[in-house]
Ligand binder design. Structure first.
Ligand code: LLP
Length: 411
């Protein structure tokens, strides 16, 4: 997290943000490990009344191996959505039993590999479950269900509605039961993920009731409540009150287990909550361009590095770390890509000058992992700050990287 420190300069994990930008250059992703630690511990504490519990970090949010190792050190498991994420998690030292793989619509061969690797699996459609039963009837498997609840920060990240591509409809649970009976396939877990950016605790509690109903029909060893905990992107945003959620959901879960007389593992799989706030994208100002009614701060980055503002109209707070006390003026902060790629519009920011460094906040989740080489631009380097020291955890791309997958057929 980037903060204005007592010395009146911006710092990340106790290190001057200006110095970091000077040493590593911009654009640059910087992650403060202490923020990840405190978010993890806060979430774990919120659910501490549940004996058997597991936080599985949704690594799609930020998948650098050093971040994965940080999560492992904290006691987290992994939520993986692709077989490559599974491989990366194994490489980071996670045991197969600490990984839960919940893909959507992938081919059976990928699922076969997951079975071979021995990771936990959640299947998200009836057709795939039927095929799974044909091939692996002796491998216990979980199912992802769709609750038919629409919730989430915007339409693109709502995943629980009746028309959602995700999961097995709760209306098909009879079919799952029949399949299990006929083939002997054991359903060992129930999973649900309603969407991202859900602040309302009641949405999670309504989802929990649906999960409990489903879980009571199968010999489940775990119930996975997914994620979607909303973080604050701006001061006025409402964030999920995880302490309240922890209190209410833990009570409901413990009551369910007690009533059912079963010892079930409680799982959640947060991405954003754990890493969003820890990340800052530092960008340099190439030009301050005056147009008739707008002042543009043109930076050395774009939607190729952080697509959230363009993809979801997401708000990311921006501060000018080079001029923290300059006069406030309105700017459009915009990238260098050949499409409109605004990071902010009509945003009051301390006066921006050519060469200044701006910090785009809350960029830890779905920043680098959604970055691309569009316009044949390089993805930036990444640095993590731990115990007051900076560590380079990935270098920027190079022209060789871009060419490395291309096959030149010549003239
Ligand atoms: N579990 C499943 C099955 C998911 O699909 C996701 C996110 C998560 C867990 C983690 O959700 P989180 O705690 O991060 O909300 N790129 C979008 C968010 C899409 C998330 C996709 N799935 C964004 O930048 O807002």
């Amino acid at each position: 997290m980037i903060k204005l420190s007592q010395s009146q300069e911006y710092s990340i994990g106790g290190v001057s943000a200006t110095e970091i930008a000077k040493e590593y250059g911009t654009p640059l992703y910087v992650y403060d490990i202490s923020t990840i630690e405190s978010q993890y511990n806060r979430l774990d504490a919120a659910f501490s009344s549940i004996g058997k519990r597991r936080i599985n970090y949704a690594m799609k949010a930020l998948s650098n191996i050093n971040i994965l190792r940080t999560m492992r050190r904290l006691g987290s498991g992994i939520d993986a959505v692709s077989i490559n994420e599974v491989m990366l998690a194994l490489k980071a030292g996670f045991a197969p039993s600490d990984i839960i793989y919940t893909p959507s619509g992938v081919d059976m061969e990928e699922i076969d590999i997951a079975v071979e690797l021995g990771v936990n699996i959640n299947i998200d459609s009836m057709v795939a479950l039927e095929e799974f039963a044909r091939r692996h009837k002796d491998t216990p498997v979980g199912i992802r269900i769709t609750p038919h609840i629409v919730a989430g920060g915007n339409a693109k990240i709502c995943t629980g509605g009746i028309d959602s591509k995700f999961g097995i409809s709760i209306h098909y649970l009879d079919r799952v039961e029949a399949l299990s009976r006929e083939t002997g396939l054991k359903i060992n877990g129930i999973h649900m993920h309603t969407g991202s950016d859900i602040y309302d605790v009641d949405v999670f509690l309504r989802g929990a009731e649906i999960l409990f109903n489903a879980a009571s029909r199968f010999p489940v060893e775990y119930i996975d409540f997914g994620s979607g905990f909303k973080v604050r992107y701006r001061d006025t945003d409402r964030a999920t009150n995880v302490e309240l959620l922890g209190e209410k959901l833990s009570a409901a879960f413990n009551a369910f287990c007690e009533k059912a007389g079963r010892d079930i593992c409680f799982m959640i799989e947060p991405g954003k909550f754990l890493v969003s706030d820890s990340g800052t994208l530092l960008v340099g100002v190439n030009w301050v361009k005056q147009a008739p009614v707008t002042t543009f701060a043109q930076v050395n980055s774009g939607l190729n590095h952080l697509i959230r503002p363009m993809m979801y109209d997401a708000y990311h707070h921006i501060v000018n770390i080079s001029n923290p006390f300059g006069e406030i003026k309105d700017y459009n902060v915009t990238g260098y890509i050949c499409e409109t790629d605004n990071f902010a519009q009509n945003r009051p920011i301390n006066e921006i000058r050519k060469g200044d460094v701006l910090a785009i906040m809350n960029a830890g989740a779905y920043g680098y992992t959604m970055a691309s080489m569009y316009n044949s631009r390089f993805r930036p380097a990444q640095v993590m700050v731990k115990d007051g020291r900076c560590h380079l955890i990935s270098r920027p791309d190079t022209l060789e990287d871009i060419l490395s997958t291309q096959i030149d057929l010549g003239e």
